[in-house]
Design a protein around this ligand. Sequence first.
Ligand code: F6R
Length: 366
Amino acid sequence: EKGGYDHFMIKEIFEQPRSIADSMRGRLIASEGHLQLGGLENYMNKLAQADRIVIVACGTSWHAGLVAEYLFEELARINVEVEYASEFRYRNPVIGENDVVIAISQSGETADTLAAIELAKSKGATIFGVCNVVGSSIARATHAGAYTHAGPEIGVASTKAFTAQVTVLTQMAIAVARRKGALTEDTYRQLLIELETIPTKVQQVFEYADKIKEIAFIFTYARNFIYLGRGLNFPVALEGALKLKEISYIHAEGYPAAEMKHGPIALIDEDMPVVFLATKDGSYDKIVSNIQEVKARKGRVIAIITQGDTRIPGMVDFVIEVPQVHELLTPLVSVIPLQLLSYYIAVMRGRNVDQPRNLAKSVTVE
Ligand code: F6R
């Protein structure tokens, strides 16, 4: 049932062009300017009128929430807070009838996320779910929602569920922004067209799998890793570090690139691999300076860059190219090489990739 692959994780990584397409199927038809999330239709006005959206989740789903924060704020101009479900539930949070909560969960069974939902519900908030498992506890506890339709995810480390979550949340942000009248027709149409091309773009990243394998071979026995990104690539940095920790057991940290000089830069020496998310976007020049700061301290830099970038390759040790996409859709392609890098390193270290020690696929106890 691994379809000829060695592990579920790599099968699920390679499935992403299809799972991302599945998360748009019947919802988005760019040529017709059509975007509709059936489960949310009756609540679109509620979302569009929200003063604030609170996102609750754990782990990788929390990273998807950070991506969504950026998208809802940028496109729909709604204030978003992203909360670890475990912290939110024990904090006596300020939440009420005018608040909209989005709970994100692959399994739909995460105890802390479920408890956060129940708490917010008891205070009168409207709760939406973005779940993968149909009929799961979280899906049933919410007022409405949209399934991610990524298909069963067996590998403990979440991959295709993350990209499906981001795809669904992106569609939500666009739909809400449109309902609010916050998007021009042109921008709206353009976003739909660009989103529809993502499965093809993700497929193109796989052409670099062998190169990523070579990089994994070089860094197999690294003891630490730092991942840096800005803007939408900051949550991707966190996600890259989490994937590496989970399955290879290498200590890794993700940071917003500008935070580096507030502490982590002290860690940089010739033994420290630093993965930069350095795609061509609004923070490109800033990221280039951050790369120079790391190189000046002899860090070994692996940069995820946009195809055709001629500036960064001469500055760093290794580059992995991803295709150009709409700036707001960057995480959907930039996360892919990080999933592959952690997978290959874990395999080379002989780890149990699909069932890492100490981890369970659904965390049903707090
Ligand atoms: C990471 C991972 C975990 C989950 C987290 C939340 O690869 O799998 O961090 O993302 O336990 O799980 P769900 O999304 O099922 O609520």
